[in-house]
Every structure is written in structure tokens, then in C-alpha cells.
Design a protein around this ligand. Structure first.
Ligand code: SF4
Ligand code: SF4
Length: 389
């Protein structure tokens, strides 16, 4: 049996674990005071295929050959943020969101213009935004200090922070500087490949992983700091598990900042004004890697800040809507999901919605426009950078 065949056999076994119980549609977490777990189901037509049970039935039919592998027949498999909320509650012995990611990878022959375009952009530009990749270092010129390209601590910026939300990159750099930690940023940083993996392009992701690994080796890094939950999950977990690539230790900047605050190497001053902050857990950082407390400890370490929780938080947090490639596949649905998350934040009475992933921040900004209320959305990194020098 070839590796491909045994991989397929294992995947089919996993898909058959689904008990068809439907808990993934609308579980009622009475004890936690909310119901509903699938953001796609909650924000779309409510057809069976909008939540995981229906997606698994479609996946089995496509892989068994009972359903023709067409773009239309496979559409529902791509209308999913891979947020893992269904995995969290599924009583069967498999992980539905991870399994769906693998299914996407095996449906290579299904025509899908969106994922082909994303893969083409990343492989030819080293970023999904079709911009000159050197722009990923542009924010450095606004800092007032230079950052070398080699060093023992490497800040891996990521495409979204580097090119869409440079405030996150600048503020990460300010925190490292305030803690007196010398660090480097690659000259030509390749995309981590997260979006390739999530959209079902594992071979393209293996190619980017090789590029990233070589660039990191050349930089002499012994520790890697990231500010994006997608980069974190990809470099820390997918590289060793899927590509057998072991990188030096990978940490989110908020995990590092949490340690630095506890050691007294960062001493935040009070943030001016009245600040009630609620924190949105990025799926890749929370449910995937169980990093729930460091971002909250960082928020609470800032004098004059009060942290309040949304109804769904930590392992039950609703998704921002951007994950799993949904922002590219179905941007309207992704933005509607984001608007619900912004409403969750407004309902807490907070005046700042904070998160720890530029991808979440970007989509939540779109959601805030739909809600039409002024709810500032900030990265925790930016909150902290405002009060350290
Ligand atoms: S994916 Fe899990 S929760 Fe959903 S129907 Fe199947 S067994 Fe039930
Ligand atoms: S991974 Fe998230 S969006 Fe996808 S089916 Fe499960 S709960 Fe719904």
C-alpha cells in the first residue's frame, strides 16, 4: 500500500467516526450560558451542509465516488473557518476540523479558482497580497532604529502584519526594544504557508516550508517570535508534524511579553482614560495551542485597564470569521461572522476589543463597519506598546 493509499484509508476511517449526532450544529452549553457553536451555521442559510455533520457526509460521498468531484458539489467543504469549535464539543473519536483540512488537500482535482490564485500568489511573490515582498520590512523605516537581518532572536513578521497591519509589527518591535532584547527580521521573509495548508494545498505549503526553514537557518536564529496566530500554529505545529521540519523554539510575542512582565523587564505605565478591554481568542492560538492566559495576563498587567469577558471565550470562543480561507472563499459570510463577534464585544460594555492576531484584527475591522458602532479594535501588542518605553 502506498503512503497516499494508507493516508486515504486513515482519513476515511476518521470520517466514519462521525456519529451523526448533530451536536456540532447547535449544542447548548447551558453551563456556560450560551448555545450555538458553528459560526457558519449561525450566519448562513442553515442547510445541513453549513455545519460539520453535513460537510462530513459530502466529504465521504466525494471521496467514495458517489458524488462527482465538481466545484459546486464541493462548495460546502470550503464554507468553513476550520475554527475547531465543533471539534471542541464532538463526542466522537476524531477531530472534525483537522479532518476537513485533510479532505480539502485530497480534493486537488476539484476546480477551485480561489485556492489556485492564492497558491499562485504565494509561490510567486512569497506573500498572498501580490505585493513586492520587500515591503514586509517597510515599517522598520518608521521606527527610528534599524533591525538587522541576522541574530539569535528572530521576529518572523508574517504577511498580514508586515503588509496590512504594520502597527502590529512596529509595536512588536517596540516591546522587544523596551525589554532590551536584540532581534532580527529576515531580509526576504517567505510566507509561512498557513493559508495554503488551510485551503488544501499541502504540496505548495511544503514548498514554502522549505523556503522558510532555509531562511531561518541562514539567519542564525535560536528563538523565533511571531505576532500572528496563523504563523504560530504553522511554524510551531505544522512544520514538525506535517513536514518533519524542526525549527528553533517558536513563541508568540504575548507569551514572551508575559514572561518579561513577570520578570520585571517590562514595566508598563498606566494607559490614559477609561479602558475596559475584552479579549477575542484567535482560534489558532486558543483552541489549537491552548494559549489562553498569557494574553489576558498581559492585558491585566497594564495599569488602568479592566478586562471583561465575552459570553463565549477561551475554548468556546466564536471565530472572527477569517479562518480556513473563508475570507477569500466567501468574504461576505466571513465579514458577517466578524460582525457578530464585534456585537459580542459591544455587549460586554467594553470600549476596546483586543486580539492577538492581525488576521483576526483585519476581519473584525470589517465586521465593525457592518455593525456601524465605533468599537476600537486593537492588538494586545499595541495596547502594551503604548505604555512601555
Ligand atoms: S462531527 Fe461530531 S458532533 Fe458533529 S455529528 Fe459528527 S460526531 Fe456529532
Ligand atoms: S470548524 Fe467551525 S466553522 Fe467549520 S464546521 Fe466546525 S464549528 Fe463550523
Amino acid at each position: 500500500m502506498t503512503t497516499m493509499e494508507s493516508g486515504m484509508e486513515q482519513l476515511m476511517e476518521e470520517l466514519h467516526q462521525c456519529r451523526r449526532c448533530g451536536i456540532c450544529r447547535n449544542a447548548v452549553y447551558d453551563a456556560r450560558g450560551f448555545d450555538g457553536i458553528c459560526p457558519v451555521y449561525e450566519n448562513s442559510t442553515g442547510f445541513e451542509t453549513s455545519f460539520m455533520r453535513g460537510k462530513i457526509i459530502v466529504a465521504l460521498a466525494l471521496l467514495n465516488g458517489e458524488l462527482e468531484k465538481t466545484a459546486r458539489n464541493s462548495e460546502s467543504l470550503f464554507d468553513c473557518t476550520l475554527c475547531g469549535n465543533c471539534t471542541q464539543i464532538c463526542p466522537a473519536e476524531f477531530e472534525p476540523a483537522h479532518t476537513l483540512e485533510l479532505v480539502r488537500g485530497l480534493l486537488a482535482e476539484v476546480p477551485n479558482q480561489v485556492r489556485e490564485e492564492i497558491a499562485h500568489k504565494i509561490l510567486s511573490n512569497n506573500n498572498p497580497y501580490e505585493e513586492d515582498n520587500s515591503r514586509k520590512r517597510k515599517w522598520i523605516s518608521e521606527l527610528g532604529f534599524d533591525i538587522p537581518t541576522n541574530g539569535e532572536i528572530l521576529y518572523f513578521v508574517g504577511c498580514t502584519a508586515g503588509m496590512r497591519i504594520p502597527e502590529v509589527a512596529k509595536n512588536t518591535a517596540k516591546i522587544l526594544k523596551a525589554a532590551d532584547l536584540p532581534f532580527a527580521v529576515l531580509q526576504e521573509e517567505p510566507c509561512c504557508g498557513s493559508v495554503l495548508l488551510r485551503t488544501g494545498k499541502p504540496e505548495a505549503a511544503a514548498e514554502t516550508a522549505e523556503r522558510v526553514s532555509n531562511a531561518i537557518k541562514e539567519s542564525g536564529a535560536k528563538k523565533i517570535v511571531v505576532s500572528c496566530a496563523g504563523c504560530l500554529k504553522t511554524l510551531k505545529e505544522d512544520f514538525p508534524n506535517k513536514f518533519d521540519i524542526e525549527l528553533p523554539e517558536v513563541l508568540h510575542i504575548l507569551e514572551l511579553a508575559d514572561n518579561l512582565l513577570q520578570e520585571g523587564r517590562l514595566k508598563p505605565k498606566a494607559l490614559p482614560g477609561k479602558n475596559t478591554v475584552t479579549y477575542h481568542d484567535p482560534c489558532h492560538m486558543g483552541r489549537e495551542l491552548s494559549i489562553y492566559e498569557s494574553p489576558r495576563r498581559v492585558i491585566q498587567a497594564i495599569p488602568n485597564v479592566n478586562l471583561v469577558e465575552m459570553e463565549t471565550n477561551r475554548d468556546t470562543a466564536m471565530c472572527c470569521g477569517a479562518g480556513g480561507g473563508l475570507r477569500s472563499y466567501n468574504s461576505e459570510l466571513a465579514k458577517n461572522i466578524a460582525s457578530k463577534r464585534v456585537q459580542d464585544a459591544i455587549d460586554t460594555g467594553a470600549n476596546i476589543l483586543a486580539t492577538a492576531c492581525p488576521f483576526c484584527e483585519h476581519n473584525l475591522q470589517s465586521g465593525a463597519k457592518i455593525v456601524g458602532r465605533n468599537m476600537p479594535i486593537k492588538d494586545v501588542v499595541s495596547l502594551l506598546a503604548e505604555c512601555v518605553e
